[in-house]
Ligand binder design. Structure first.
Ligand code: HEM
Ligand code: HEM
Length: 557
């Protein structure tokens, strides 16, 4: 048997003699049936350590909690739209006509043992899940972890993000209370706004005129089978790619673009991440036990002729609600077909454009930079001012829409006119993102200038002294070597330049690329002269295999 295919404990010399032979035999038997030797290599895979890498894990573990609590809910939830008079444990609603979906959710809340806890855990886990997915996506964006070779994983990620929002929307629409019914009414209007086919799609989805009797059972299948199935499949592919492509890490001495340094999967990483799972589980259980969420008995069952004020969707759908509230009442009638711009633009076209932009961003940036190299080091956001500014502008745009989605609540709480507030948000949606872009870019360049200052002048000691001649010395000392190295490890491409032999006049597409490239990369603060950046370690040619190194250990694989 080759050295590689021996049991790890035998290989490392920790097991000798009879015990060693027995271990070797057992391992060989296992390896003939399962890829045990390959699995052993996998167990030593290293995983870099940084708090920002925990965001993906929070998403993963809250998804696991959703699966566990969701299965429990399916034992008791009845997705039927048949109506009957409510006679359950919640006396204030006695005598009210409600669907089985609504009554069974009340039963889960008041009669099933542990039902309210599990229901609230499920809802809190959904809120945390989508938030973690969003935050994880931002970390990938701001650190440039979407660049070659991880573009495929970015595409899977953007799909996961949409599925997460869809799953959440389907989930909170299931109990058929007044709030969720109002959300479904909005969904029906959005489907109906699609030109030409909208009405037919609506009839198809709802099995007749809205609300019909079919929609909640259909939504149920989507919520507990289709979307979770797609999520499980894509998350598995996502994680396989994370393992296969290896994880990015933050640069520093010994941490380069051609290696990955971190704790081995077994035992360090597994121990840490299992503990982290239990922390998340505990936190969600505490939230479920202590913080009320979605008290559907206060809203009452859905009735198509009623709508409550301050009806707010879950936070992740709030931006669509905001976009709908900001849009003016525009419609056009063409050959008997009505184009409802007031719904079509904010609720169909806007999200479509946003997600296409998200899908394409890595390819756009690669085109602008002409950068074909593989990148395994995380970017410091300040070193990519234009990308960072883009990200912050997008977050600002999203935040304005989210706030606009709660314009009635804000107006009521602050005692201001809801119309004035709507106009304020209409202005802000156009003005705030470019403003955020400009401010962020300035801040990034300011931080770069600060880095340059640190490199050339050293860091402040905090001790100001005065010489006998009167000169005041603010007290600086050279940066520690590790910090200096990290600041110098900067990987920022130069703007593309027209080649000497390029045909003139330069074709329009090429000109656009040159202009964009210059706009992206011309603003930068150069590092001090003489401080040679560790360039060779920054960019590796494509398809160089990465070496793995255990923290404080030697290089392997
Ligand atoms: C259900 C949702 C998701 C789950 C459970 C998930 C899980 C994870 C985990 C556990 C990691 C490794 C740890 C880390 O870097 O945080 C990871 C890495 C990654 N994720 Fe996700 N993710 C999800 C959604 C997304 C989204 C929305 C995007 C981007 C649009 C994305 C893009 C990536 C990329 C590119 C990596 C590799 C990062 C690197 O090597 O530095 N993921 N994901
Ligand atoms: C990403 C995954 C999921 C998300 C984001 C999600 C979200 C939600 C939300 C927000 C609700 C409304 C809870 C409430 O009543 O306050 C809900 C209800 C429900 N979910 Fe999920 N869910 C997910 C996965 C699952 C899975 C995998 C199952 C079952 C296998 C499931 C089963 C249910 C059931 C039966 C209900 C209705 C009961 C009720 O509303 O109390 N969910 N879901």
């Amino acid at each position: 048997m080759s050295e590689e295919r021996k049991a790890p404990a035998v290989r490392s010399g920790r097991l000798e003699g009879r015990a060693g032979k027995a271990a070797e035999r057992a391992f060989t038997a296992l390896d003939q049936r399962l890829p045990a030797a390959e699995g052993g290599t996998l167990l030593r895979k290293v995983f870099p350590d940084h708090w920002s890498f925990l965001l993906g894990e929070i998403a993963l573990y809250s998804f696991v909690v959703l699966l566990l609590t969701g299965v429990y809910l399916t034992f008791f939830f009845d997705p039927s739209m048949n109506e009957s008079v409510y006679r359950g444990a919640y006396a204030p609603l006695h005598g009210v006509l409600a669907t089985q979906a609504y009554s069974s959710t009340l039963r889960i809340s008041f009669e099933v043992r542990g039902g309210l806890l599990i229901r609230q855990m499920h809802h809190w886990a959904a809120l945390v899940f989508v938030a973690a997915v969003g935050a994880h996506m931002l970390r990938i964006f701001f650190t440039g972890a979407f660049r070659r070779p991880r573009e495929g994983n970015w595409l899977i990620g953007v799909t996961l993000f949409q599925l997460a929002m869809l799953e959440g929307f389907c989930g909170y629409s299931l109990p058929d209370d007044l709030l969720s019914g109002t959300g479904l009414r909005t969904a029906a209007t959005i489907i109906g706004s699609i030109p030409v086919v909208g009405t037919y799609l609506n009839f198809f989805a709802f099995g007749g005129a809205y609300p019909g009797h079919d929609f909640i059972p259909r939504l149920y299948v989507v919520h507990i089978l289709l979307v979770p199935g797609a999520l499980v499949g894509l998350i598995t592919a996502h994680l396989i790619l994370v393992v296969y492509l290896k994880h990015t890490h933050w640069g520093g001495p010994g941490r380069t673009n051609s290696n990955v340094v971190g704790a081995p999967m077994v035992p360090q990483f597994t121990a840490k991440t299992t503990g982290f799972f239990f922390m998340i589980f505990g936190l969600l259980a505490a939230l479920g036990a202590l913080a009320q969420v979605n008290p559907i008995w206060r809203y009452g069952p859905y009735r198509a002729d009623q709508v409550s004020t301050d009806a707010q969707p879950d936070w992740y759908v709030g931006f669509l609600e905001g976009a709908l509230r900001l849009m003016g009442p525009w419609e056009t009638n063409v050959w008997g077909h009505t184009f409802m711009w007031n719904v079509l633009v904010p609720a169909v076209l806007l999200p479509a454009v946003l997600f296409v932009v998200l899908y394409l961003y890595p390819f756009f940036e690669r085109w602008v930079t002409g950068d074909q190299a593989e990148h395994h080091l995380c970017d410091r956001p300040r070193n990519r001012p234009t990308r960072t500014a883009f990200g912050v502008a997008a977050i600002t745009f999203y935040a304005v829409l989210l706030l606009a989605g709660g314009n009635d609540v804000i107006a009521y709480s602050l005692r201001v006119s809801v119309n004035s507030l709507t106009w304020l948000f209409r202005g802000a949606v156009f003005i705030a993102p470019p403003l955020a872009f400009a401010v962020t870019k300035r801040i990034c360049l300011g931080l770069q200038a600060h880095d340059r200052d640190l490199l050339s002048e050293g860091e402040e000691t905090g001790r100001v002294s005065q010489e006998v001649y009167g000169r005041i010395d603010e007290g600086r000392r050279p940066l520690p070597e590790r910090r200096r190295y990290t600041l110098l490890l900067r990987d920022v491409p130069l703007p593309l330049q027209p080649a000497e032999d390029e045909p003139r006049p330069v074709p329009r597409r090429r000109r656009l690329r040159l202009v964009l490239s210059s706009w992206y990369y011309r603003d930068r603060v150069e590092l001090p002269v003489g401080a040679a950046p560790p360039r060779p370690e920054v960019t590796a040619p494509p398809r160089e295999p990465l070496t793995e190194r255990e923290e404080g250990g030697s290089a392997g694989q």
